[in-house]
Design a protein around this ligand. Sequence first.
Ligand code: C2E
Ligand code: MG
Ligand code: MG
Ligand code: MG
Length: 287
Amino acid sequence: RAKALGRARYEVFSIGMRTQIVSRLQLENELRRAIAALSDGTSQEFLVYYQPIISFKTGKIAGFEALIRWQPPGKFISPAEFIPLAEETGLIIPLGEWILKEACLQLKSWQKQFCLESPLSLSVNLSSQQFSQPDLTERVEKILKETKLNGENLKLEITESMAMQDVEKTIASILRLKALKLRFSIDDFGTGYSSLSYLHRFPVDTLKVDRSFVSRMEDSSENLAIVQTVIMLSHKLGMDVTAEGVEKASQMQILRELGCEYGQGYYFAKPLNSEAATALLAEQPQW
Ligand code: C2E
Ligand code: MG
Ligand code: MG
Ligand code: MG
């Protein structure tokens, strides 16, 4: 009997495992097919969405963060699910390059369409594999040329854990891209394992305080103190701060009082498709 049970358990386990592996392989194949279709221009499955970043000084839109969306027929797969898979399989390289170019084209078209007091900035997330490409600078330079975009308007987001993988290499890569006038943000700050003693060595412009800190800010004075300290530290190091995940007016109020420069979150707008983001820009909302 024990043997029978053991065997039954083994089979349940193996079927579960098998299902997991098969669905991962299916997703990988689907991703491969969708990315291959990008290069011949037939794919409509990937879309770049744009979430506005608001300047707390002016209350106006200062820029956008590009966020990828993938919608295979009848489905929606979150970036949290397919970005890690794209990263593991190397598919992130062609996908990331497509995102960068698409986003640069969009920004260029906004620059032509709207005459703004201060130029819009565009933030693009870099994956770990992209960031460690030896010829990343050349690839970015090529895209800037092709899209006739000024490097100053482009900001790249790297996470804290990516930056910490190899500190010297990170600094060298950032400096090479900064020669093209690009700016950098450290994304999801506070969720990684970065040692504070390294932070000042990264030549970055902006620190993005992770959403988890912003959402807990009003729960206790300790949580508020964390956000306050991150803002103070950033300013001491000559960086500005973007708060992620601002969902309420009260959060914006507090962040503003703490001297945080920028905010991003559902309170202002969710990530929008190109059309909706253009309509929002035309409205020129002010918070
Ligand atoms: P991230 O770069 O930290 O992007 C912010 C995420 O927070 C986005 O999720 C955005 O939709 C979400 N968000 C913004 N405001 C709020 C808010 O007020 N409340 C809540 N609950 N969420 C908010 P999304 O688009 O699902 O992306 C998740 C992550 O996937 C990104 O985190 C980034 O790490 C990665 N990702 C997305 N697009 C790209 C891309 O084009 N390239 C790369 N390499 N990674 C990407
Ligand atoms: Mg980001
Ligand atoms: Mg982030
Ligand atoms: Mg995040």
